[in-house]
Design a protein around this ligand. Structure first.
Ligand SMILES: Nc1nc2c(ncn2[C@@H]2O[C@H](COP(=O)(O)OP(=O)(O)OP(=O)(O)OP(=O)(O)OC[C@H]3O[C@@H](n4cnc5c(=O)[nH]c(N)nc54)[C@H](O)[C@@H]3O)[C@@H](O)[C@H]2O)c(=O)[nH]1
Length: 154
């Protein structure tokens, strides 16, 4: 059976970017592991026995970034499944999208991570390096762009 992990792609919007250029102000949170290849991913982790996927995503986000459900708003309609191999075992990772409500809320790392960054799309893709995560970040960004355009057309 595939390993299963769940997490949240957390983003925040810079205060300065409220007008037409708002989308340039979107920053994604990536955490760098303190072990292994020191790779960068959004907060996520393995599903515990009996735990549902969303509970895992929220628990891991709180454990790894110190952000709980009072700090974030889930974005409805965005859900992405990544499938890759880890040491020759298939792994499935489910991500939802969530906005940090207050731009200034601090991130608090656990000992699983050694660093974090808030990154605009292009930089976030470079830090990740994985094609499937780059595609996911681009899709999330586009999803947010579409959301911003729609209200203005009404
Ligand atoms: N000392 C030590 N300890 C480790 C190590 N390893 C784990 N621990 C322990 O496990 C606990 C973590 O538990 P959780 O937090 O519950 O799980 P996850 O968050 O799921 O964490 P993982 O790091 O296990 O899983 P991934 O991020 O999935 O990385 C696995 C590999 O997949 C590749 N990869 C990553 N992302 C992508 C992607 O987006 N796209 C693609 N295509 N590939 C991607 C990349 O090649 C990477 O090397 C830690 O506390 C440690 O104690 C290790 O090497 N040394």
């Amino acid at each position: 059976m595939a390993l299963r992990a769940c997490g949240l792609i957390i983003f925040r919007r810079c205060k300065a970017g409220i007008s037409a250029a708002a989308t340039d102000a979107i920053e994604f949170l990536l955490l760098q592991t303190s072990y292994g290849e020191h790779h960068w991913t959004p907060p996520k982790g393995h599903v515990d026995p009996g735990e549902d996927d969303m509970s895992t995503a929220l628990r891991e986000t709180e454990e790894e970034a110190g952000l709980d459900s009072s700090h974030i708003s889930l974005v409805k309609g965005f859900h992405k499944e990544l499938n890759y191999n880890v040491q020759n075992r298939p792994k499935t990772v489910i991500y939802w999208l969530a906005e940090l409500k207050d731009y200034t809320t601090p991130v608090r790392l656990s000992n699983e991570h050694q660093d974090y960054r808030w990154l605009q799309l292009e930089e976030a893709c470079k830090y990740s390096g994985y094609q499937d995560m780059k595609d996911t970040l681009k899709e999330a960004h586009q999803f947010l762009l579409n959301q911003e355009v729609e209200p203005r057309q009404q």
